[in-house]
Design a protein around this ligand. Structure first.
Ligand code: URA
Length: 301
């Protein structure tokens, strides 16, 4: 995998988007009013002019975080029963920056993951996975949920407590904010977006995933991307961004510009990095930047 940079048009907003911005706590923006076809542009057409690339300079203050529990909403794509998965080509673990100084994790229980080529087989494989020690503490592995085919793919870090309970991604307060953010650009997880995490099982106490857990789990995410073939990927938070881009750059360096994610099968998928919703809940002043990132993702060619 590798990354390059792409241009993007200047953002603008229409009344519907203003409504959703108010819903997610942004009362004012400095963005210009949208032209008549802005909603179409926000949903992926190529109508807006390109924006100059930005340098990788500013330091980041972003850190992902935990998610307060909320009552369980009904989700249309609940995890299916596990089924055995056929073997396929060797996996490509995602690159990861230097490992943090942490105690060793529980030993892996199986050979390295060889992710299935069929999406439902892959789901069953994830549900049954015992490739790292996280399986011993989980209620559910969280495969992901959303639209198929998916116009967008959203990639987060790892399940929290509510996600572990329900077996679905982003169902806590972060998930509510994520849904509002997606709605602000005319998208929903039901119709347009597939949501998944780098790590499929909850790390105890929502601790940061360990490098060996990322290495064991990331082949599943790679295969999900290859099979879903989304038009673009929105990566939320420092951990997921560093994992997918194979860098230790900060969110401040990575957000606000386009990247390209290259799959093993030769596909180039436009990708945008933004703040994790859990961070936005703690730092609402950054929501305006997250909105800019969403608009950038919507406008990437
Ligand atoms: N945070 C994440 O990164 N993913 C989830 O699914 C929930 C919270």
């Amino acid at each position: 995998m590798s990354q390059t940079e792409t241009g993007a048009p200047p953002p603008s907003i229409n009344p519907l988007q203003k409504f959703w911005l108010r819903e997610i706590g942004i009362e004012k923006t400095w963005l210009p009013a949208a032209p008549p076809k802005a909603r179409d542009a926000a949903r992926g057409s190529n109508a807006e002019p390109a924006q100059a690339l930005q340098p990788r300079a500013a330091p980041s203050t972003a850190t992902p975080g935990g998610d307060a529990p909320r009552p369980a909403p009904a989700r249309p794509d609940a995890p299916a029963a596990a089924s055995p998965a056929p073997e396929s080509a060797a996996p490509r673990p995602l690159a990861r920056p230097a490992p943090p100084a942490v105690p060793p994790a529980a030993p892996a229980r199986t050979e390295p993951v060889v992710p299935a080529q069929d999406f439902e087989a892959l789901r069953g494989q994830v549900i049954q996975c015992t490739a790292c020690g996280l399986c011993s503490g989980r209620r559910h592995a969280v495969f992901g949920m959303g639209a198929r085919p998916a116009r967008w793919m959203v990639v987060g870090e790892a399940p929290g407590e509510q996600e572990d309970r329900q077996g679905l991604p982003f169902v806590g307060r972060s998930g509510q904010l994520l849904d509002a953010m997606l709605a602000s650009v005319g998208l929903s997880r039901e119709k347009d977006v597939f949501i998944a995490n780098v790590i499929k099982c909850r790390p105890p106490g929502n601790r940061n995933p360990r490098p060996e857990e990322v290495a064991a789990c990331s082949p599943y995410l790679m295969r999900q991307i290859e099979l879903l073939k989304p038009e673009r990927i929105l990566v939320l938070g420092r951990f997921a961004a560093q994992t997918l881009l194979g860098t230790d750059a900060t969110i401040g360096n990575l957000r606000g510009r386009g990247h390209v994610f290259k799959t093993d099968d030769g596909r180039s998928i436009p990708m945008v990095v933004s703040y994790h919703p859990a961070y936005l809940l703690r730092s609402p002043a950054e929501k305006a930047r997250a909105w800019q990132d969403l608009r950038l993702a919507a406008a990437l060619a």
